[in-house]
Design a binder for this molecule. Sequence first.
Ligand SMILES: Cc1cc2nc3c(=O)[nH]c(=O)nc-3n(C[C@H](O)[C@H](O)[C@H](O)COP(=O)(O)OP(=O)(O)OC[C@H]3O[C@@H](n4cnc5c(N)ncnc54)[C@H](O)[C@@H]3O)c2cc1C
Length: 402
Amino acid sequence: MNAKPKIVVLGAGYGGMMTARKLTQTLSPEEAEIVLVNKHNYHYESTWLHEVAAGTINHNQARIMLSDVFNPNRVRLIYDSVEEVKRDENRVILENSELTYDYLVISLGFVTNTFGIKGMEENAFFIQDIDSSQLIRDHIEYQFVKYKNSEEKNDDDLTILVGGSGFTGIEFVGELAEKVPELCKKYDIDRYKVKIINVEAAPRILPSFDEELVEYAKQSLESRGIEFRLGAKIQECKEDCFVVGDDHEEIKAGTIVWTGGVTGSPVLSNSGFELTKGKVTVDGDLRAPGEDNIFIIGDCAWVMNEKEGRPFPPTAQAATQHGITCAKNIKALLHNQPLENFVFDDKGTVASLGISDAMGTVYGKKLYGKSAATMKKVVDNRSLYMLGGMKFLLKKGKVRPF
Ligand SMILES: Cc1cc2nc3c(=O)[nH]c(=O)nc-3n(C[C@H](O)[C@H](O)[C@H](O)COP(=O)(O)OP(=O)(O)OC[C@H]3O[C@@H](n4cnc5c(N)ncnc54)[C@H](O)[C@@H]3O)c2cc1C
């Protein structure tokens, strides 16, 4: 080991940011060197990406420059892509360099999973990061411009198809219900010409929410022009359509977005970890099985809910809490103290259905409508505050009028 142990955190999402922040707060500069590696020079709020993709917020609102959060004398910031972890050598291979570690935290988040659906990778957009979300926003607006300026108008150009009705798909169509009328006004296009269609293989939307909340969400979205095609299995994604069902019906569109699934970072498989559905099932203290000095957190990890015998769902809320436990456990290792097991404090979940509507459960209580929408903004602002502090809350916090 180096004279001063080196802690390397990979990924500046919810898990990585929280780990690095807590380490700076609880360790003195003499105790350890802290390095944070991230693909970009900014953190982005993944939970706001559907708003960036619909264009209801500017992408700058959803991101925080890392150099504005961390003192570079305290946390060494490296902007590069992680490719592989060489566990036997305590080494991380980056696209442009490499580095060694004494303690490693892998918090590289999620990538979209197309489950091998033919043509999805090539023809659909994904809500995966800031860049991919901006592309969707620009593509949708381009379709409006094209339609407005073409002599032979094709109404299908204005259709937006969204595959998957989990959390991301539903929050995204909720934002589209807000944005589309604005675009129609801007380009003088009849709102009824624009279709927003959510396509889902299962018979219902939002599998993790209770039926009453789901019914509320569906009715709210339908009343604002969202169409649902439930029980419609996507067989293939072509350049201009989804092919669905046993009769291979083609649903045509000018914009196709797939939100149907995510999995852990490919760095995990590149590094030879044993995977279950693309993620590592970690020990109770968040370390990778058989590894004394490697923690895996956030969407890269399955953390078992021992009471229910299955993993906790991957969320920003969980990733943030993983970061807190992970930092404590690294400190414990440095001081030869016992490690603690992660305990999830489930505060509930709220799904937005546009600017002024939402639904969900908070501390076991169901919320609907404006009160849920207000709560959603409180949750979003709390996240900004926890990761970036008051400065970012004041600068980027959400105070959207209803
Ligand atoms: C649209 C949407 C809405 C959501 N809404 C909610 C919600 O309301 N509530 C909730 O709890 N959860 C929500 N989630 C889920 C939540 O966003 C994730 O569970 C959470 O982001 C996981 O955090 P993380 O720290 O593991 O990874 P992330 O937040 O994804 O961060 C990963 C970081 O690693 C970086 N990175 C990735 N690969 C590399 C690489 N190879 N090299 C270098 N850096 C890399 C990325 O740039 C990023 O900064 C939502 C997700 C989406 C997409």
